[in-house]
Ligand binder design. Sequence first.
Ligand SMILES: [Zn+2]
Length: 177
Amino acid sequence: MNRVFSKEQLENFDVWGFCKNNDIIGCQVALTDTRELSKFAHQDGVLSIELASQKNANIFAGQETFELNFHISTILDLQCQRCLENLAWHYEQEFSLPIFRSEKQAENAPETVEDFLVCEQAEKIDLLWFIEEEILLAMPMIAKHENCSLPQAFGKEKNNLAEEKENPFAALKQLLK
Ligand SMILES: [Zn+2]
């Protein structure tokens, strides 16, 4: 079943209810309504999210598992560190994430499964925040135009604000290396 979700539903996301119903949902959140990405909001930009669930063939710790399949896209305004003009950064990713019911179940997963969510049966998670984090981690630490001399599409006038837009997760990203 295809459904449209609100921002509030994503922030109180019923993971297991979603998996059980075999839903596909779509959600568009205005970037200005997000917590961290709002700092990089591109004009009337939106964060587009498509989400589907899938039963995993593997059984871990005697319990079935599901996967969430994400398709996320957005455009963010970064600042080119060479010419200091605006740089429209296009983000589009598809990825799947296994969902485990407990830490114990996660421990039983093969080592190849590095990225996953642990969510207890009745627990609701803030999926919007999770998605924001994924995007922040993917953000280039030093944004640069491929060719600064080419006319840039967006936001010349924005440069007057000349606020340095630093990736707040840059330090975290260093640690994860
Ligand atoms: Zn540039």
